[in-house]
Design a protein around this ligand. Structure first.
Ligand code: G3P
Ligand code: CA
Length: 297
């Protein structure tokens, strides 16, 4: 004999399903690089307007040990103007290292008025490379003003062993500076630390295990042809998230990672057809320059 299900329960269940937020994690790459100057405050606020669950960003360190939001450790000639309004030349771009400039000088460069030829839809506007602390303050103030749900921060520590002490500090000093900013601004459950440099992830894990660093999620960035198992073996522990270039992942790898309890969040997925296919394959989210194209996934 079947037990009758009360009508009220069915109505409540249907209503909950209709209104529950999707757990699929749409991450705005460098804010929303397709639409606004990358890694700038306007890009992060626009990404929030577009409803992303997570703001993806990159950080580097200045001469005066500030954590600056920037993909490159220099001023990229594709979109940077010097303080006197002249374009940075391709030939010179790598000689203007942020690691050799104080933040007060870094802030004088305009990284938005020029646009970015690779992203023709990007709005041109005068803006600057912000501090990580400023991005968090501005995004949290915006969240309050607009009454937005809590979103997450996926912060990439841009690090390469060949650049230690040249354009960046070594992992221990780098992590120390980033964790100091995060400790005073965000609860760890809203933060992911990502890096291609596994020494950074190992350093953060050691700090967190010792109770010194916030227990954030750790995400292994991957752009190589090795299997996920090999990459995880090299890392030396199970990351919370495996984050490959999107063309390097397939359904079988996704399910093997899921079997180990690891989430899969590929980058940088800009075409709607790729987004749909990856979601069907079971990824847990995706990182995109165009959060507008991910609407309704
Ligand atoms: O975090 C994923 C993605 O951002 C890695 O590539 O070079 O855009 O930082 P990149
Ligand atoms: Ca990144």
């Amino acid at each position: 004999m079947t037990t009758p299900i009360p009508l009220l329960f069915i109505v409540l269940l249907t209503a909950t399903r209709a209104t529950a937020p999707s757990s699929f994690d749409i991450q705005g790459h460098r804010g929303c690089r397709g639409l606004m100057p990358e890694n700038t405050i306007p890009a992060f606020l626009k990404a929030l307007d577009l409803g992303v669950q997570t703001l993806e960003m990159d950080v580097v360190i200045s001469k005066d040990k500030q954590v600056v939001v920037s993909h490159d450790p220099y001023f990229n000639a594709d979109f940077s103007l010097t303080p006197d309004g002249k374009p940075v030349s391709k030939r010179n771009q790598k000689s203007i290292l942020l690691y050799q400039l104080n933040y007060a000088d870094i802030q004088q460069y305009d990284v938005g008025s020029n646009g970015n030829p690779a992203f023709p839809e990007q709005q041109k506007l005068k803006t600057f490379k912000p501090l990580l602390s400023e991005v968090i303050d501005e995004a949290e103030a915006y969240r309050k003003t607009k009454n937005l749900p809590a979103f997450a921060y996926n912060i990439e520590l841009k690090s390469e062993p060949s650049e230690y002490n040249l354009s960046q500090p070594e992992p221990a000093a780098f992590c120390e500076l980033v964790q100091a900013v995060l400790k005073q601004s965000l609860p760890p459950e809203r933060v992911t630390i990502q890096s291609f440099d596994f020494a950074i992830l190992r350093q953060w894990k050691r700090g967190a295990d010792a109770g010194k660093y916030p227990k954030v999620k750790l995400s292994a960035l991957v752009e190589n042809l090795r299997s996920p198992e090999k990459n995880i073996e090299e890392l030396g522990f199970k990351p919370d998230i495996y984050s490959p270039y999107f063309r390097l992942i397939n359904q079988d790898k996704i399910s093997r990672l899921h079997d180990q309890g690891i989430l899969v969040i590929p980058w940088t997925v800009n075409q709607r057809a790729d987004m749909v296919r990856l979601k069907e394959w079971g990824v847990d989210g995706l990182i995109t320059d165009y959060p507008d194209r991910a609407k309704g996934l």
